[in-house]
Design a protein. Structure first.
Length: 95
């Protein structure tokens, strides 16, 4: 994927804005399911932008591209599952 310098700059600014928004949410909101979902959506969006614009996975072999994109969706899903089942996961993984 060939991307212009201007579009990379705009994506970078958007990533910074989303990061600052996530920090504001994290610092000001009470923990809860919907806050976790919002953070997971922001994480998904940011991850997809990094994957597509900065890692240039769009030009990679289709198997690699699919694996990286699945990973980009798997991490936010795990964030939500950890919120929902945190105590059970801790119990399963503790020594």
């Amino acid at each position: 994927m060939i991307t212009s310098s201007r579009s990379l700059d705009l994506v970078w600014i958007l990533l910074i804005a989303l990061t600052l928004g996530g920090v504001a949410i994290g610092e000001g909101a009470e923990p809860g399911f919907w806050i976790t979902v919002i953070v997971a959506v922001i994480t998904t969006f940011k991850g997809r932008m990094v994957i597509d614009y900065f890692m240039e996975v769009g030009d990679a072999h289709s198997a690699i591209r699919r694996l990286v994109r699945v990973y980009g969706f798997l991490v936010p899903l795990l964030m939500i599952l950890t919120y929902l089942f945190g105590p059970q996961i801790a119990k399963l993984t503790s020594l």
